[in-house]
Ligand binder design. Structure first.
Ligand SMILES: Nc1ncnc2c1ncn2[C@@H]1O[C@H](COP(=O)(O)OP(=O)(O)OP(=O)(O)O)[C@@H](O)[C@H]1O
Ligand SMILES: [Mg+2]
Length: 264
């Protein structure tokens, strides 16, 4: 059965006009206000569809994720996991449906609000996407430079988050001088440094050996225990069974099962 906090119909209540708002408020402000008073969850999708060149990738997804949850998205190749994640960080928009993330209505969001919205998310990719010509420290401070913080403060924050990942001694190394697991931890440090509300990870263990994959999952679980909502897309069933959590199973663009997966 699909997990829904919106009653049997699975519909998101129409909150428009729930509170009178001053006209200068932006769509993001409105979304955040809704999050506080009406929609305490982190993610709410209702009837989301997405096609590429007329071929459906997502066919009517309705689900909700609470703040502080840890969930997996799993399913066969082509099931729609990455598409699902891309919609969540608004790399793309759905063709139809309602999508709320961290209090913002993504369809209503104006272009200039997208940067602010993304600043509250951390995204981790399978291939790390590190800047090869920049050091580990610079890969992290690069994100902080968006905040116009003094250099010293950027250095301090980068050091602290890399220390959390056990990589403070590699601040001056280049990504190519690190192992795959270390590079992935830099990617996570970069995702964490802005203290995001939500971490989205697409096959984060895809390039790691089993031992490093388990370490990575432990790390993501620890981040989750500290309060960050985490969504991990993975096709690795062994990993899910070793670190059980709520799991959405996607097949052909639909959620076919929503369950807590435990070891067989
Ligand atoms: N940019 C795109 N252009 C055209 N088709 C796309 C695009 N992105 C995804 N698709 C198609 O949408 C469907 C879902 O793809 P998606 O990448 O979301 O699957 P996935 O579950 O992440 O698969 P994998 O496990 O292989 O990463 C697939 O049929 C794919 O070919
Ligand atoms: Mg994918």
């Amino acid at each position: 059965m699909l997990h829904s906090r919106f009653g049997d119909t699975g519909e998101i209540p129409n909150c428009t006009g729930a509170r009178a708002r001053p006209p200068q408020r932006t769509a993001t402000d409105r979304g955040l206000a809704l999050a506080e008073f009406v929609l305490p969850g982190m993610i709410a999708l209702n009837g989301i569809t997405k096609s590429y060149n007329g071929r459906p990738a997502l066919r009517g997804i309705s689900t909700a994720v609470d703040r502080g949850e840890f969930i997996y998205l799993t399913g066969p190749s082509g099931a729609g996991k990455s598409t699902f994640l891309r919609l969540l960080y608004r790399a793309e928009l759905p063709d139809s449906g309602v999508i709320m993330v961290n209090g913002a209505d993504l369809m209503m969001m104006r272009r200039r609000e997208v940067a602010e919205f993304r600043r509250r998310l951390g995204v981790v990719f399978q291939d790390f996407k590190l800047l090869r010509r920049r050091t580990v420290g610079e890969n992290v401070t690069f994100v902080l430079s968006l905040l116009n913080l003094p250099d010293r403060e950027q250095q301090r924050r980068a050091y602290l988050v890399l220390k959390q990942m056990g990589l403070q001694h590699r601040m001056h190394a280049y990504p190519d001088e690190l192992s795959g697991g270390e590079q992935q931890r830099v990617a996570i440090a970069r995702a964490l440094v802005l203290q995001p509300d939500l971490i989205l990870a697409d096959e984060p263990s895809g390039n790691l050996d089993p031992e490093r994959s388990h370490e990575l999952l432990e790390l993501l679980k620890t981040i989750n225990y500290q309060g960050t909502t985490v969504v991990v897309a993975t096709h690795d069933r062994t990993l899910i069974e070793a670190h059980p959590a709520r799991t959405l199973f996607l097949e052909h663009g639909r959620v076919v099962r929503d369950a807590w997966v435990t070891a067989p």
